[in-house]
Design a protein around this ligand. Structure first.
Ligand code: WT7
Length: 698
């Protein structure tokens, strides 16, 4: 249950005098706090929702939340059945709404929700909303890379486009359960492709279009898709990227390694590059525009079980091989729909923009499924946030009258650096809710987002969740309670976060430790594709009985949760999750690299950045050219977003006598906290530390 110390909030006093009030029966009087005036420091600062906002919110106060939350924990089956009843089920789920075993000591880990229920998520996103009378409502506004280039689709039109592609896929032998890799940028064709797969029961696996040929090949080899959907080229800012070349190389490599994909459906993105200049393999490649529009705009739905797979999404872990996170249909559908509605206080009149790419989980749950299930109008933006200048986001907000704007702290920090004038020259009056995701948002970025972007008017939903959780886990419900800059605040309905110590002991009250979750929730992932054992060991064995998130967390005296970052070997660069082991393998692939060790250090804009210690092979000289080609090795093996910020030459690495690299020491050297190196006497060769320090600036 929720931390009882929340009651201390009611007694809370700050210097912000007239803005903070307690009222009867321990409920808050909701009064706006003008930011500058709230002078209490650190986590003591409460930002109260404004009265008018709270009054119209789905969850208007803390008591309503508590009642709903208690019910969601006390009667999960009843609570989630009710949520699920808002959607179309061809057949209702069985007697048991869910079944679970999270305790590895009691047998295989197993989570099921709505098993036996027959439904389809594409039907619920499109057909159902059309039946409700929203056929002519805009489903997607698309804004191109170049200002002035745009497009839109109503729910009716989106269904037609999705159906045409679904028919094409069926005609080409894609059946229920088959996987399809989608390697596309933020064109409308990306969500269209996802929905078309879902319509026919195929399992989509979207690969972020910033991944390299090697990464794409790795994913092709793992999930053996029937078809790859891509486009010829993309334009991001002023840069043109030839996507098809990357796909060609991935497809030819993977066919040499035993997986031959016979069909590559290629959307001709002529705004970036003319078709004629695209390299082509007649027997394998097909232009989307030549075949898809010829198909019928009606396509029957493939009805699937609530537990049938919906998609695979690869993510990084502590070891080299990416993990195929598998989500199933029913629970994911209900969970993304409910979290979207409550955490953004979504209303049918909203215009919603999430800046994430559909290549990441945020784009799956909160560009595509969550909003469309709610019948929302979604903005899809092709380009980069600072092109042609750092005012672009607010230009787009004004152009479409965006009401809910969901982004990442790294973007907030980068726009903050560009100066307020880029923001204030736009109206932004339409905005009413802001959102943040991907990493902890530092309080100063939070304040800037709140004060400057939101004119101290819009609550910020700082949503903590993960690829694995499918949807929001800890998040403010705007209007329901006061916020603290930098805290994700309280758990969503049905979520029981626990903070444990190293021994797995649940900590009470004010504490810090490892963030786990007790009991399942509908949006939880069900397995790692093809490797259930890795699923169990990675997430359920560290602290038996719990799902372990990999994040550190503390809870303050008021019960607010504060995420503190990863505690495993995962680095979070601009909200992108990168495994240290992955980067190390990419470096070691370089013929002149003998050994590499990678750590994450703080970065002003990116949150964290990648810092690599490299030992060249015997006889190779340190040089800037070698540094460049080492970085290139990471770019080509993973993708540009994983490129190390710094290469630090290492004659040797600090290792224990048993050969384990002591990353703690490397992190201190990398962040130049040389007086905090700690005990180095357990090193096999303590001299390496001095050598590394001496080479710090070379
Ligand atoms: C990791 C998950 C969930 C969508 C984007 C990233 C970090 C995410 C927050 C937040 C603090 C956050 C965590 C988490 N993270 N959101 N609001 N506050 N940390 O998904 O790639 O699966 O990464 O991102 O460390 O474990 P992902």
């Amino acid at each position: 249950t929720i931390n009882p110390s929340i009651s201390s909030l009611f007694r809370h006093k700050t210097h912000a005098g007239n803005h903070l009030r307690r009222i009867n029966s321990g409920l808050w009087k909701l009064k706006a706090v003008v930011m500058g005036e709230a002078v209490a420091s650190g986590d003591d600062q409460l930002i109260f929702p404004n009265h008018d906002f709270a009054q119209q919110a789905h969850v208007p106060n803390f008591q309503t939340y508590l009642e709903m939350y208690k019910r969601s924990i006390g009667d999960p089956a009843g609570f989630w059945s009710e949520m699920a009843s808002e959607f179309y089920w061809k057949k209702k789920w069985g007697q048991q709404v869910f079944s679970e075993n999270l305790d590895i000591t009691k047998g295989d880990v197993n989570i099921q929700w709505f098993k036996g229920g027959i439904t389809n998520i594409c039907y619920n996103c499109l057909d159902r909303n059309i039946e409700l009378g929203n056929g002519d409502k805009i489903a997607i506004h698309w804004e191109g890379n170049e200002p002035g280039v745009d497009d839109s689709l109503t729910y009716n039109q989106l269904l037609e486009r999705v159906s045409q592609l679904a028919n094409y896929l069926k005609e080409n032998g894609v059946k229920k359960g088959d996987s399809v890799i989608i390697y596309l940028p933020m064109l409308m064709e990306l969500p269209i492709s996802m929905l078309a797969c879902a319509r026919i029961g195929a399992v989509h696996s979207v690969v972020f279009a910033g991944f390299s040929a090697e990464s794409l090949e790795q994913r092709i080899l793992d999930c053996k898709p029937k078809i790859v959907i891509t486009c010829n080229a993309i334009k991001r800012g002023t840069k043109v990227i030839n996507l098809k070349d990357i796909v060609d190389s991935a497809l030819s490599e993977s066919s040499q390694n035993g997986v031959n994909v016979g069909l590559c459906l290629t959307y001709a993105n002529e705004s970036a590059m003319k078709r004629e200049v695209t390299k082509w393999q007649e027997e394998r490649d097909v232009w989307w525009q030549d075949v898809v529009p010829k198909h019928s705009t009606k396509c029957d739905v493939e009805w699937v079980d609530g537990e049938d797979p919906l998609f695979l999404l690869y993510t990084s872990g502590s070891t080299g091989k990416p993990k195929g996170v598998l989500h199933t249909t029913g629970g994911y559908m209900i969970y993304t729909a409910a979290t979207f509605k409550y955490a953004f206080d979504y209303k049918p009149s909203d215009i919603y923009w999430c800046t994430a790419d559909c290549g990441w989980i945020t784009g799956h749950s909160y560009v595509a499924y969550g909003p469309l299930l709610n019948g929302a109008t979604v903005l899809v933006y092709e380009g980069v946030p600072n092109y042609p200048n750092p005012g672009r986001c607010w230009d787009i907000v004004d152009k479409y009258k965006v009401t809910i704007f969901y982004t990442a702290p790294t973007l907030v920090r980068s726009l903050m650096r560009d100066g307020n004038e880029y923001v204030t020259r736009y109206s932004r009056k339409s905005l009413r809710v802001l959102g943040s995701v991907g990493e902890p948002i530092n309080p100063s970025a939070w304040r800037w987002f709140y004060n400057v972007v939101g004119d101290s008017r819009c609550p910020i939903s700082d949503t903590w969740w993960q690829t694995e959780t499918g949807g929001f886990m800890i998040t403010p419900l705007p209007g329901a309670w006061p916020q603290k800059p930098g805290s994700a605040t309280f758990p969503f309905f049905g979520v029981q976060p626990v903070i444990v110590d190293e021994k797995g002991k649940e900590l009470e009250g004010e504490c810090s430790g490892y963030l786990c979750v007790k009991a399942s929730w509908p949006g939880a992932f069900r397995t790692l594709f093809g490797d259930h054992e890795r699923y169990e060991t990675t997430y359920f064995s560290a602290f038996p009985g719990y799902y372990f998130s990999g994040d550190g967390c503390s809870r303050d005296k008021d019960g607010y949760y504060w995420l503190t970052g990863r505690v495993d070997d995962v680095i979070n660069v601009s909200g992108h999750r990168i495994g240290t082991a992955e980067v190390e393998s990419a470096l070691v692939l370089h013929p002149k690299c003998a050994e590499a060790a990678v750590v994450g250090i703080d970065h002003e804009v990116k949150g964290q950045c990648i810092y690599a210690f490299v030992t060249p092979v015997e006889g190779v000289e340190y040089s800037d050219d070698l540094k460049k080609s080492l970085v290139l090795s990471v770019r080509t093996n993973i993708g540009a977003f994983a490129a190390p910020e710094k290469i630090h030459w290492a004659p040797g690495l600090p290792k224990t006598r048993s050969g384990k690299i002591m990353r703690r020491i490397l992190r201190k050297i990398a962040s130049r906290q040389l007086d905090e190196l700690g005990d180095i006497s357990t090193l096999a060769d303590p001299n390496v530390v001095d050598q590394l320090i001496a080479l710090a600036d070379s």
